[in-house]
Design a protein around this ligand. Structure first.
Ligand code: F6P
Length: 362
């Protein structure tokens, strides 16, 4: 008789709507279809370092499909980077992970996470662990994957916010700036901006020029539109900052108070005299119940990952590609970010309908 396979699950990085739907599908498929034992690791890689886990049964995953957050808890622990981490016996985080993986008799570890977590998953694969990734992030910036779960819900939330800002902007003839998440990639700003009909969309991939913004606001005024809504990603940069290193950027923004949305508001007021108000949407973008689409996507990823585990397909991430979920080597995903291409169809569509990306030099 062959021993029952043991599958560990952890959720790593910032949480995203759909994590519980993915955990449910993964655990159900693994337990019921393939007869595996499922171990839930608490708080991402930190739980694996500290050996915090629970053996999961049907009762753990019942009723969790519509729930936001993650029943396993999450952390941003980076075991290959947090080298100061030491166990009581003096060994390092990676050694501790390897030991606990072995002691728990895991055959495979499913990592539900974003870019950084998949990079760690790849490094653990190189350390000899059997790892399968599942792409999760509201930023939708995981390489070789068309859509990560959490993104669709976040777009809905941000779109509603843009809608609401529109009516108050129109009432008061104001420029409303909404800052959404997305440090390196502007997918969320782009999609919510288009869905909410933002007049100007600013993403990290297209550095903004203040002259382009004031010219667009002026052009709208000429059309009798005395208000405007601007959607900006938190990681946006001005044209002057476009090639700066992280360190140089930090240095040049030293005196700046508040996030990029506030800085843009001050720049607009200084350049045009227009009154600009800022809303930073923040963590509401990640919280709460997942959309129907994200539940479906997360369910598909979870079930596919369990099947990969059953077939001993390790060192891969379940990826959505042209409507199909396929295994993609973690080596291809690690250390990469899927940015918005400047000629992405939705960018071109937005240009077509007159959306400004603040990139044209006037
Ligand atoms: O990882 C997704 C994300 O939502 C980013 O867009 C955002 O910048 C980040 O998480 C912030 O999360 P935390 O404060 O939890 O690190």
């Amino acid at each position: 008789m062959t021993a029952q396979k043991r599958l560990g699950i952890l959720t790593s990085g910032g949480d995203a709507p759909g994590l519980n739907a993915a955990i449910r599908a993964l655990a159900r498929t693994a337990m019921n279809r393939y007869g595996m034992e499922v171990i839930g690791i608490e708080q991402g890689y930190r739980g694996l370092i500290e050996n915090r886990y629970r053996i999961m049964g049907e009762q753990d995953i019942s009723g969790i499909l519509p729930r936001g957050g993650t029943i396993l808890g999450a952390s941003r622990e980076k075991p290959f980077k947090d080298s100061e981490w030491r166990t009581a016996d003096g060994s390092g985080a990676v050694e501790s992970i390897k030991k606990n993986y072995k002691d728990l008799r895991l055959d495979c570890l499913a990592v539900l996470g974003g870019n950084g977590s998949q990079t760690t998953a790849n490094l653990l694969t190189q350390e000899g662990l059997h790892v399968i990734g599942i792409p999760k992030t509201i930023d939708n910036d995981i390489a070789h994957n068309d859509m990560s779960f959490g993104f669709h819900t976040a777009v809905d939330i941000a779109t509603e916010a843009v809608d609401r800002l529109h009516t108050t902007a129109a009432s008061h003839n104001r420029v409303m700036i909404i800052e959404v998440m997305g440090h390196k990639a502007g997918w969320l700003a782009l999609y919510a901006g288009i869905a909410g009909g933002s007049d100007i969309i600013i993403i990290p991939e297209i550095p903004y020029r203040i002259e382009a913004i004031t010219a667009h606001l002026q052009a709208r005024k000429k059309q009798g539109k005395n208000f405007s809504v601007i959607t900006i990603a938190e990681g946006a940069r001005s044209y002057a900052e476009r090639d700066m290193s992280k360190k140089a950027l930090r240095e040049s923004r030293k005196g700046m108070t508040g996030s990029i949305g506030y800085r843009l508001a001050a720049e607009i007021t200084a350049a045009s005299g227009a009154e600009a108000r800022v809303t930073v949407l923040g963590y509401v973008q990640r919280g709460g119940t997942p959309s129907g689409y994200d539940r479906i996507l997360a369910t598909g990823f979870g079930a596919a990952a369990a099947t990969f585990a059953a077939k001993n397909r390790y060192g891969v991430m379940a990826a959505l590609q042209e409507g199909m979920i396929k295994p993609v080597p973690l080596t291809k995903v690690a250390d990469k970010i899927k940015k918005v291409p400047k000629d992405h169809p939705m960018i071109l569509t937005a240009y077509d309908i007159g959306t400004c990306f603040a990139d044209t030099a006037y």
